[in-house]
Every structure is written in structure tokens, then in C-alpha cells.
Design a protein around this ligand. Structure first.
Ligand SMILES: Nc1ncnc2c1ncn2[C@@H]1O[C@H](COP(=O)(O)OP(=O)(O)O)[C@@H](O)[C@H]1O
Ligand SMILES: [Mg+2]
Length: 260
């Protein structure tokens, strides 16, 4: 990648003029620049206008804007201290009310599961890996709601870490409920039992609460039942909790509107 800086693309009279001393194959030219192929999976787009670089780079990033600075601080702390964990999105920049991070492309696990009749062992392993890594790394809230897991081509990623270091929750109760709703909980637990009997034993030592009321009584999970239709009920629920940090407070720059 080292010498692509020497490629110059300028606006000619009718088309772009390319001065390409490096001989990378030219793949195409568009309105703002030319794309060269560096290797099988690496391409570079050279812009005529430096401003465009910033615009396009931003389109590939995801910005989360917070209404409450304490939520930004809490989540930024988790993200920045956990950059080496493979499921944590890569962060470029943080501020007192925002975080700029990689834009994760791919369906979330909820969307993915809706389209699949069975829960594969591969998915179970990947979830288990995230959850056990969280525990080993000192995360306090051990959970992986399906809407926060994004299946990218570089693996499973998890978003929304506002409470990862502050809310104590030892079992992935929301994940259990999400899987239960899709009738996958039994196969998930069976698979966990085979792959990691110790974790299975810890998770099933006491009964798993499967309804909101049960979960509340268990001191866990359902603060975030966002996917429910019972909105009014949910709002009441939600407002009772200390500070909502979601929805109205953020603005996802690139504008794709994933369901929360
Ligand atoms: N880095 C990202 N790339 C792509 N989509 C993201 C990213 N971070 C979050 N999202 C999407 O935006 C939604 C809201 O983000 P989240 O962090 O869960 O906000 P909140 O704290 O308000 O719940 C997520 O459920 C997910 O669908
Ligand atoms: Mg969220």
C-alpha cells in the first residue's frame, strides 16, 4: 500500500487525468476519482478533490451521538479499553458526546435468525466465545442481545456497551429470552452443554427467567426490551430506569435505520 500516494488524479477537460507511476491496474473512474486494484482484496480510490476523501471516509464510519455525557463517557471507556477484543468495533475518535467508529456491515443476529430455521453450532460457538471473553476481560454485564450482535465478514461484533462495565449481570438473560422467543433456547443450551459444560452448569444452576416479570425479579435483563410491540408499557418501564440513552438521543450519521 505504501506508494499509492504517488498516484495523482486530476480533473481533465472531459475525463480524469491519471498519472500512475505505480502501475496498479485501473478498475474504474467515477465523478470524483479513480479506483485502482492493489491486490485481490484491496482497492484504493484516489480523489481529485481532497474534501471528497473526508466525505467518503465518513460514509464508512458510524457516529453515535449521546444525549447524556455520562453515557458517552461510560461507553467510550469500554470501547477504548477493549479495542483488542475481536468483537468490539474499532474506534477512530471519541468526544464528550459522541463516538466515531467503524460502520459494521451485515445483518444483526435478530434479522439473521428470522431467516434461519435452526440454530447452527457455529453461531452458538461464536456467541459463547463473546460471552466468555467478556467475563475473562472483566465485563460486568455479561449479555449479548441479538439486536446488538452484527454479523460482519470479519466476524461477530457487538455494539452498545454503555453498561458493560457498570451493570452487574452474570448470565446472558436477554440473549436467553431472545432465543426463547425464536424457539432456539433449548438447542442453544444443549450445544453449550457439549462445548463448555462448566459455563452451562453456571448458567443453569438456577432457573432461567423467561418473562419480563421473571427477569425483573431476577434483577436482570429486560430493561431493554426494545423489540416489543407493547410500546406504552415499555415506555413506562423504560422511563423508570435511570436515564434513557437511546433513540431520541442519537443520530446515526450515515442514516441507515437499523431497528433497535
Ligand atoms: N458501529 C456500528 N455500525 C453499524 N451499526 C451500528 C453501530 N453501532 C450501533 N449500530 C446500530 O445502531 C443501533 C443503536 O446503537 P446502540 O449502540 O445500541 O444505541 P443505544 O445505546 O441507543 O441502544 C444498534 O442496535 C445497531 O443496529
Ligand atoms: Mg442499543
Amino acid at each position: 500500500m505504501k506508494d499509492f500516494k504517488s498516484i495523482k488524479v486530476t480533473k481533465g477537460v472531459k475525463t480524469l487525468e491519471i498519472d500512475n507511476p505505480t502501475n496498479y491496474p485501473l478498475i474504474g473512474m467515477g465523478a470524483q476519482g479513480a479506483v485502482f486494484k492493489l491486490s485481490e482484496d484491496k482497492f484504493v480510490k484516489i480523489y481529485t478533490d481532497p474534501l471528497q476523501v473526508r466525505m467518503e471516509a465518513e460514509a464508512l464510519r458510524f457516529v453515535k451521538i449521546y444525549g447524556k455525557p455520562e453515557h458517552a463517557a461510560q461507553e467510550n471507556k469500554v470501547l477504548l479499553s477493549s479495542q483488542k477484543l475481536s468483537f468490539i468495533p474499532k474506534v477512530d475518535e471519541t468526544g464528550s458526546n459522541y463516538v466515531l467508529m467503524e460502520n459494521l456491515l451485515g445483518p444483526d443476529l435478530n434479522t439473521f435468525l428470522k431467516k434461519h430455521p435452526a440454530l447452527s453450532e457455529d453461531i452458538t460457538r461464536r456467541l459463547l466465545d463473546i460471552l466468555t471473553t467478556m467475563k475473562k476481560s472483566g465485563f460486568k454485564q455479561i449479555d449479548a442481545p441479538v439486536r446488538h450482535i452484527i454479523l460482519t465478514n470479519t466476524g461477530f461484533k457487538m455494539v452498545d456497551h454503555v453498561y458493560s462495565f457498570s451493570r452487574v449481570q452474570e448470565r446472558p438473560l436477554e440473549l436467553f429470552q431472545n432465543l426463547h422467543e425464536r424457539n432456539f433456547l433449548n438447542s442453544f443450551l444443549e450445544q453449550v452443554k457439549t462445548i463448555d459444560p462448566k459455563t452451562h452448569a453456571e448458567w443453569t444452576k438456577t432457573p432461567i427467567p423467561l418473562t419480563n416479570a421473571e427477569a425483573e425479579a431476577n434483577g436482570g435483563s429486560n430493561r431493554k426490551k426494545e423489540s416489543r410491540k407493547r410500546t406504552s408499557n415499555r415506555k413506562r418501564e423504560h422511563n423508570r430506569k435511570k436515564g434513557s440513552h437511546r433513540k431520541h438521543e442519537h443520530h446515526h450519521k450515515k442514516g441507515h435505520d437499523r431497528k433497535k
